[in-house]
Design a protein around this ligand. Structure first.
Ligand code: ADP
Ligand code: MG
Length: 249
């Protein structure tokens, strides 16, 4: 049969069914995820929104393999963390996943360029090649040579955030998860970063999941998933990009 290319659905890069996660035990137990169903296609930039405490950080931590789910099904890039051997998870993450945490987590003693290069250095790339690749990505987020040589403490919050974003992309991971990547950025830098992430996802088999409260960047999403009380309750289209806004009467 001759199927037009457009009708072939992209494979799901992320597929979750009934994912649960509880922190603590007994009276102190907090059920952070109460059965998350979510599919994200390869090539998609999904934004995750919802009130504080609804489980967004927990969910992306599970997707990134930093936290183990309690129950449910979850495949990420066709793999299931619960099926991986010890040590394999770390290697898989190192090769395939980039993270931007809310706290940035830069290493204080390393320059911006060295921080951005760490995923490459960890994977065994030569120092000079890794630094060169890191500098190229930092240039894309607006860094000049002096900023690249600065230590985190010498950079503003917004600049540190951009280093963390460069570090998440530098090794060309298949999946990037970001927690509030534009929270410390002014509108212009926020747009620059989101343009970069869109290009990174667009027409590729990469997948990006971006937690955000920042309505200014919703237009960069392919879809927006709303979370409430430990579940994904709605999937929405972003405010129109490149076509007329819909009018509701
Ligand atoms: P969000 O990112 O949407 O604000 P989180 O995933 O951080 O939500 O948290 C979901 C729930 O789990 C909240 O009630 C939060 O207090 C709780 N929680 C998050 N991390 C921990 C932890 N390490 N220990 C105990 N409870 C936690
Ligand atoms: Mg959070």
């Amino acid at each position: 049969m001759n199927t037009p290319a457009e009708s072939v659905p992209s494979p799901a890069a992320i597929s979750c069914r009934g994912v649960t996660k509880t922190y603590g035990h007994g009276n102190a137990a907090v059920q952070a995820l109460r059965g998350v169903d979510l599919e994200v296609r390869a090539g998609e930039l999904l934004m995750l929104v919802g009130p504080s405490g609804c489980g967004k950080t927990t969910l992306i931590s599970v997707l990134a393999g930093l936290l183990q789910r309690d129950a449910g099904e979850c495949s990420v890039l066709d793999r299931d963390y619960l099926q991986m051997a010890r040590g394999e998870t770390t290697r898989f993450r190192g090769q395939n996943i980039g993270f931007v945490f809310q706290s940035f987590d830069l290493i204080p003693a390393l320059t911006a360029a060295e921080n951005a290069a760490t995923p490459l250095l960890i994977s065994g790339m030569q120092w000079h090649a890794a630094l060169e690749q890191a500098r190229a990505v930092l240039r894309k987020v607006g860094f000049d040579d002096r900023m690249m040589r600065s230590l985190p403490a010498e950079l503003s919050g917004g600049q540190q955030q951009r280093v963390a974003i460069a570090r998440a992309m530098v090794h060309n991971p298949k999946m990037i998860v970001c927690d509030e990547p534009t929270s410390a950025l002014d509108s212009e830098s926020g747009r620059m970063v989101m343009e970069l992430m869109r290009q990174f996802a667009l027409g590729s088999d990469r997948v990006l999941v971006v937690v955000t409260h920042d309505a200014r960047i919703f237009e960069f999403a392919d879809r927006i998933a709303r979370m409430e009380d430990g579940r994904v309750t709605r999937i929405e289209d972003p405010p129109s990009r490149g076509h007329e806004p819909e009018h509701h009467s």
